[in-house]
Design a protein around this ligand. Sequence first.
Ligand code: AKG
Ligand code: FE2
Length: 327
Amino acid sequence: MLLNVPVINVAPFHGGDPATKRAIAAEVGRAIHDIGFLVITGHGVDPGLIAKVQAASNAFFDLDAAEKNRVLRPAPDVTRGYIPLEAESVGRSQGVDVPGDLNESLMIGPVDVPDTAYFHGPAAGKHFHPNLWPENPPELRALYEEYFRAMGALAEDLMAMFALALDLEEDFFAAKINHHISRLRVRNYPAPKVPPKPGQLRAGAHADYGSLTILRAEDKPGGLQVLNRAQEWVDVPIAPDSYIVNIGELMARWTNGQWKATLHRVVNPPAELVAGSRRLSLVFFHNPNYDAPVAALPGTVPEGEAPNFAPTTSGEHLRAQFVRTQV
Ligand SMILES: O=C(O)CCC(=O)C(=O)O
Ligand SMILES: [Fe+2]
């Protein structure tokens, strides 16, 4: 049983022969099964693009509050726009009353959305709500759009690895994620100016909601921790040019609970390291097509037993989660 988050080079999966692909998928599956998290290298995302997205994001968060508030999130169930410091508390999803998280964020949803009924009719709900773009910095929009596409492509690879790890056909998920309702949320954790309130964290303990999360984090004091199966909080390693990958509650439900969505949190920097502790995270939450059925996958329900969860859809599952974390 893995008690720490492993680092896995997934480069050989690309164009690999079936045995190579299965071997990598098995390693990925083991990490997800044991601890719900892994760190991947060899992901194929252009490091130059990542650096530009980070720079544009820092420029946005450096703007005055008044300017950032021009793209304020319009409503709790519209996952677009700017969310100020302490305006949300992800720890509340666990039913505990904790103060607002010490991060501010900017969030977008799908890009390149066709002008058809599937995307804009009543069944689509708010999953394809238009994005809210800040005027500054001017390059942010094109960079975020390109990055969103890159994350969608990487998520396809990861879902193919998941499929093989679950003994399904490699393309099992392909037609269920080709209109994914994912979100890119860029979080800025400022260097704290005052001590945190009792129980207040950079991000409270929570599990993610969706199929998988792809996180580009920075190696700064006050980072990400994961609760392992021994109930210990362990730091997630940051390898050069890597992504942190984890699953959310939708994938746990899809696997009938065989895979678990692990609790994680972002802790405060120690007082003596506050000066260099500003931290930026690019967080991509992947969710399948809103109409993708989410019922126990083949092979996940033991003979003679009933599934652990009622069937749902990706869209309904996500909608039900959004309003739980508002302060
Ligand atoms: O910033 C991080 O390291 C993690 C953020 C996170 O867990 C989330 O946005 O769900
Ligand atoms: Fe998270």
